[in-house]
Design a protein around this ligand. Structure first.
Ligand SMILES: Nc1ncnc2c1ncn2[C@@H]1O[C@H](COP(=O)(O)OP(=O)(O)OP(=O)(O)O)[C@@H](O)[C@H]1O
Length: 370
């Protein structure tokens, strides 16, 4: 079944190619049955527990596409982002970059991989050296990697980078220290640092969650612009479905739960035709100002609000203790991703759940028209 996931991925690509911005069938990066287990809590009283932060994930990343990785806190988004950028080595499975296994890359190619796959972190303050000016922080990597030679060329390139990320006039920022900038400006500096190395992929881990709501759209717009103009693939990690829809409107979305991808497809399909009860629950929890609609939205309640212990995931479908549709089958048989409509969904009852969702949407639409 797992081998078939990749076939489904290929089929899905075909189906979403029209909708997605990328027209490329080229695979830049492939995650092939990637899992990451951490050992936790080893003490003199007991043995360590294994936490499956990422479990058997298959994903192809194409040049210039946007993928939103969404899910609740602790579902494994950051760990998956760290694996993609090579910061963490998966405990099993393969990470392939341009067709070659990352751990087996030659020294030159490994160096190229490190430049071409960049991370933009959530906490821009922690990500920048407080003792360095913006010029120093931005010029060091390009000089070190010989993208430019000499201080004059470095300064010209830093000015160009600041302009690209919308920090103008750039000269005003060169001698500033991180603490002299706002959160939004620091986030733009992180984007500038990431693009300075001419990346093919940027993993942006909750890049707007620590900045003012009023500034979030401008940072998301900047990312979309970098994706469009520089053809950089963006992996946007978030727990917020609204910003995921905004940035990845024409891209894809992977919904994670306790380390596993539960639903994967074109963003608009995934959000308008959710098949997995977990995604339906997430969508139902999005606040709406109309109390009648809010009431109708929560008519598919979760059986439990408690997130299971990641070290002891439930048997069968890991969502079953919370799922309103769970049956005996779900307690014993782990559902694999399969094609339902135009998305991949890991649920035995995806068709039934989808039907229920459509009925609910019809009811809500009736409320709106009363
Ligand atoms: N270094 C580590 N050692 C032990 N457990 C870890 C480690 N890193 C992550 N985990 C565990 O792996 C699981 C996934 O964590 P991860 O940070 O990837 O999730 P996340 O979805 O990014 O959460 P958040 O949105 O809160 O950052 C969690 O149960 C977490 O406690």
């Amino acid at each position: 079944m797992n081998a078939r996931n990749l076939d489904y991925e290929a089929e899905l690509r075909q189906r979403t190619r029209g909708a997605a911005r990328t027209t490329s069938s080229e695979v830049l990066m492939r995650l092939d049955h990637v899992s990451m287990y951490f050992e936790r809590g080893q003490s003199m009283f007991g043995s360590a527990q294994k936490v499956g932060a990422v479990v058997d994930v298959n994903l192809d990343i194409h040049p210039g596409e946007i993928i939103a990785l969404v899910g609740e806190s602790g579902c494994g988004k950051t760990t998956l982002g760290n694996i993609i950028t090579g910061l963490q080595k998966p405990t099993s499975g393969k990470l392939l970059y341009k067709g070659e296994e990352v751990p087996k890359l030659s020294r030159d190619k490994a160096n190229q991989f490190r430049g071409e796959v960049q991370m933009v972190q959530q906490d821009s303050y922690a990500a920048l050296n407080p003792m360095r000016t913006i010029y120093q922080s931005l010029s060091a990597p390009i000089l070190q990697r010989k993208i430019v030679r000499g201080r004059k060329a470095a300064k010209a390139r830093v000015i160009e980078l600041l302009q690209t990320v919308g920090l103008t006039p750039p000269e005003r920022f060169l001698d500033k220290y991180p603490h002299q900038l706002s959160g939004g400006q620091r986030q733009r500096i992180l984007m500038a640092r990431a693009i300075s190395l001419n990346p093919k992929i940027i993993v942006a881990d909750e890049p707007v969650s620590m900045i003012d709501v009023s500034l979030r759209i401008s940072i998301l717009n900047l990312m979309a612009e970098l994706n469009r103009k520089l053809d950089i693939a963006i992996i946007y990690i978030t727990h917020d479905l609204a910003t995921a829809r905004y940035i990845a409107g024409r891209g894809r979305m992977a919904v994670m739960y306790l380390g596993r991808v539960m639903e994967l497809g074109g963003v608009n399909d995934v959000l308008s035709q959710p098949k997995h009860p977990y995604l339906q629950a997430l969508l139902s929890a999005v606040p709406t100002p109309d109390p009648e609609i809010a009431r109708a939205m929560t008519e598919l309640p979760l059986r439990s609000l408690e997130m299971p212990n990641a070290a002891k995931p439930p048997s069968g479908c890991r969502f079953h203790p919370r799922c309103p549709m769970a049956s005996a089958r779900c307690t014993s048989e782990e559902p694999q991703l399969r094609l339902v409509g135009s998305e991949l969904t890991a649920c035995h009852y995806a068709e039934e759940a989808h039907e229920l969702w459509q009925r609910k949407m019809a009811d809500i639409s009736a409320i709106k028209h009363v």
